[in-house]
Design a protein around this ligand. Sequence first.
Ligand code: MRU
Length: 346
Amino acid sequence: MAIDTIKWVNGAVRIIDQTLLPEKLVYINCRDVKTLWHAIKELKVRGAPALGIAAAYGVLLGIKDFKGDSTPQFARHVCDVCDYIAKSRPTAVNLFNALGQMRLLVLYNPDKPVAILKAVLEAEANAIYEEDRAVCRAMGKHGAALIKNGMTCMTVCNAGALATADYGTALGVFYAAKEAGRKFSVYSLETRPLLQGSRLTAWELMRNKVDVTTICDNMAATVMKNKKVDIIFTGADRIASNGDAANKIGTYMLAVLAKHHGIPFYVVAPKTTFDLKIKTGKQIPIEERAPEEVTHFGLRPTAPKGVKVFNPAFDVTPNELITGIVTEYGIVRKPYVKNIHETFRV
Ligand code: MRU
């Protein structure tokens, strides 16, 4: 599990370049906010909680070179940096929640000197990082109780150590179950088009000696029918007040298949992935990415030149297909509107 996906080191954001996995494990240092912005956009760093942390540290990069001692000017600059980072990727609400926290600190402290505000912002970014480590462990503990000896599990995309500051959300459940001595196996969907399932999830589960089998996305129904899948865990990028959950494209398909086969379908996500300002999943902005991600496999074309492409990076699973949402506070079940609000006491 010990893998430093993202860390603030000597005034730089050190990340694993996840586009190079599983072939190479390469760390890169983002020393300015523009480099970090592109790393987010290109999925060198990815996964909702890691994006929240990257955004917070991105603010530190953006204020590094601010000269002067005018607090109002500094506050405007922090807001500009936040606006810039907010344009990197639209779906994972963790990114916006972290930026909101950083922004509020300067707006609520108009009388503090710039030097103090810089220190406060750094402490806040580090707190966001540390909080994610703690909540991964709490979610893992709650979710692991659902895994019994001999179970066959399934997951999609990568909601593991590579998506968080610790051992992940959905994959954290597997790690916690393994730590508790449970024996189980995992089917990991490869997750077209960018293969986070086969490149990242299979890589980190194998590294941590979890029994994992990679399958193509279109094999999920057959595996459910013939191999007896007992339970499914996925991550989320944004969960609405009613429990509708956006996650990597293909998650909705998996939930529909799970219902057909009578398989419990759990979403694992911390409070920072909830967007309680929105009522339903219809309000979640879904990122659409470049057509080349679908028409090419690396440099090799896999579709005719000029073909029309639709490439949404996420889909929304309606709450009725979700058996439960594993959070750091425990497992939230239906009715979601009431129970989500009670869990987070809003
Ligand atoms: O496009 P990505 O790789 O950032 O998508 C990631 C996912 O969909 C994850 O499942 C989600 O962010 C949860 S990560 C704990």
